[in-house]
Design a protein around this ligand. Structure first.
Ligand code: ARG
Length: 488
């Protein structure tokens, strides 16, 4: 041992960490994110050690008091160290003396860091969930106001069939609901305790792993200690959920950018910006940045998975560089979600422009073919008649005379042998087209009303899920604080 003797008689662990690679190896700055988590993990561990008779009560009390002090001083006041775990331990020893070193009995930084990341990430995941709920709420509220606002629907970015603003917005609400569910799933697999695994091979001390889990609000413990200290699949799952959500967000942002360009949606000035040179410009920059967030999240997921790929058991220092990908993704994606929610909530959908656009490009062609098929013509034949009519008019919507002339040519009979004039006229009307598409999940107002109900029910369920998880963490915080207060 070549560690230097301090005046306190404390042996400092600077055997390997003082060399030229010191800064390269240190995670102390990045660990600010898990400073509070580490203090909590230390507290729970010390309370458990004392309860198990592994550490004397007076030592536990001194360590817990020192941790209070270290916490109030903050991350910035920590002594130098390879990481936050080492620095906090040093700070405790500085206050308590060598007995402060008993805090690290029956554990390793390997189970400690894994516990800290899980402890911190779960709170970030819950914030991400909360932001998805707010976005879904603003989509549903806007949809409610636009159940009858007819707009063009697209495939291949070509006008395809009329739909409504509500139907369009709820298509994203449904996707975001699945994103929320994935984040909650990721939370549940994150919220499990690795503590007690020590370096990977457990410990000869009689630790109570369930107790530390309970004190920290974890739902259970990871059974295999080698798995517990090695596992980072919870990071991969969380980043995958965040990236998937960011991809959904990017689709919404892209649609809104396109619609803003066509004048189909008017973004609030708060979510637009102007050009530094072109005074007339109102640009959808915020949505472009939301759209770009997916790239960052996906690159984070890629970086993480590439770091994890092929790592042997158990702990390897590579894992230190895996963690920051998660912080960046969860912060960026949550911020993008909040911005998207605000942009949606404040946007206007100009009804007249939308309804005029909905009629463009013979968008009701499918409806006319459906009308002929409903009258008994094979759909393929009906499709041919309408396609021929569309070809003859070269853009725009064919009138009844054109449709009839085509029917004479293709079917050898007048169109009105098959279907009434009124029915064809109605089929050419975008509002009727929307109203007629009342199959489950369709854009007809009754079908959309059912989707709004489903969206509200699922939002309630997810809100409840968020509330339960948040409350469980809060009561664990209270329990831990009570145990600490009973000792200091
Ligand atoms: N700072 C490390 C990390 O973030 C944790 C410490 C474990 N270090 C070690 N050499 N075993 O992963």
């Amino acid at each position: 041992m070549t560690g230097k003797e301090e005046s306190s008689g404390v042996v400092r662990r600077d055997r390997f960490s003082g060399g030229p690679a010191r800064e390269f190896m240190s995670s102390l700055a990045a660990d600010e994110r898990i400073f509070a988590a580490d203090v909590a993990v230390d507290r729970a561990h010390v309370v458990m050690l004392e309860e198990q008779g592994i550490v004397e009560s007076d030592v536990a009390a001194d360590v817990l008091a020192a941790l209070d002090d270290v916490e109030s001083a903050g991350h910035g006041a920590l002594p130098d160290g390879e990481d936050v775990h080492e620095a906090i331990e040093t700070a405790v020893i500085e206050r308590v003396g060598p007995d402060g070193g008993k805090m690290h009995t029956a554990r390793s930084r390997n189970d400690e860091v894994a516990a800290c990341i899980r402890y911190r990430l779960r709170e970030d995941l819950l914030s991400a969930v909360e932001s998805t709920l707010a976005l879904r709420e603003s989509l549903s509220e806007t949809a409610e106001r636009h159940v009858e606002t007819v707009m063009p629907g697209y495939t291949h970015l070509q006008p395809a069939q009329p739909t409504t603003v509500a139907h369009f917005l709820l298509s994203y609400e449904a996707a975001f609901a699945r994103d929320t569910a994935r984040l909650l799933d990721a939370y549940d697999r994150t919220n499990v305790s690795p503590l007690g695994a020590a370096a990977f091979a457990g410990t000869p001390f009689d630790v109570d792993r369930d107790r530390t889990a309970e004190l920290l609000g974890f739902d259970g413990v990871l059974g295999n200690s080698m798995d517990a200290s090695s596992a980072r699949d919870f990071l991969a799952e969380s980043l995958a959920a965040l990236s998937t959500h960011a991809v959904t967000l990017s689709g919404l942002a892209e649609d809104l950018v396109i619609f803003a360009n066509k004048g189909y949606v008017e973004l609030s000035d708060d979510y637009s910006s102007t050009s530094s040179i072109m005074p007339q410009k109102v640009n959808p920059d915020t949505l472009e940045l939301v759209r770009a967030t997916a790239g960052d999240a996906i690159s984070g997921l890629n970086g993480l998975l590439t770091t994890l790929k092929g790592l042997p058991r158990a702990y390897n220092r590579d894992l230190q560089r895996a963690t920051p990908h998660a912080w960046r993704a969860v912060d960026d994606v949550s911020a993008a979600t909040e911005v998207a929610a605000g942009a949606v909530a404040t946007a206007e959908w100009p009804e007249e422009t939308l309804s005029a656009a909905a009629a463009e490009g013979f968008s009701t062609a499918t409806g006319v073919a459906d009308a002929l098929a409903m009258a008994g013509l094979p759909f393929r034949t009906a499709h041919e008649v309408v396609a021929e009519a569309a070809g003859r008019i070269d853009g725009g919507t064919p009138d009844l005379a054109t449709l009839d002339a085509v029917a004479e040519d293709v079917l050898g009979d007048t169109l009105f042998e098959y279907v009434s004039r009124e029915h064809v006229e109605r089929a050419l009307d975008p509002t009727y087209s929307v109203a007629s598409r009342d199959s489950a999940g369709g854009p007809a107002p009754e079908a959309v009303a059912a989707q709004l109900d489903d969206a509200a029910a699922q939002l309630d369920a997810h809100e409840e899920g968020l509330g339960e998880r948040t409350a469980a963490l809060e009561s664990a915080d209270d329990r831990l604080a009570a145990e600490v207060n009973a000792r200091v």
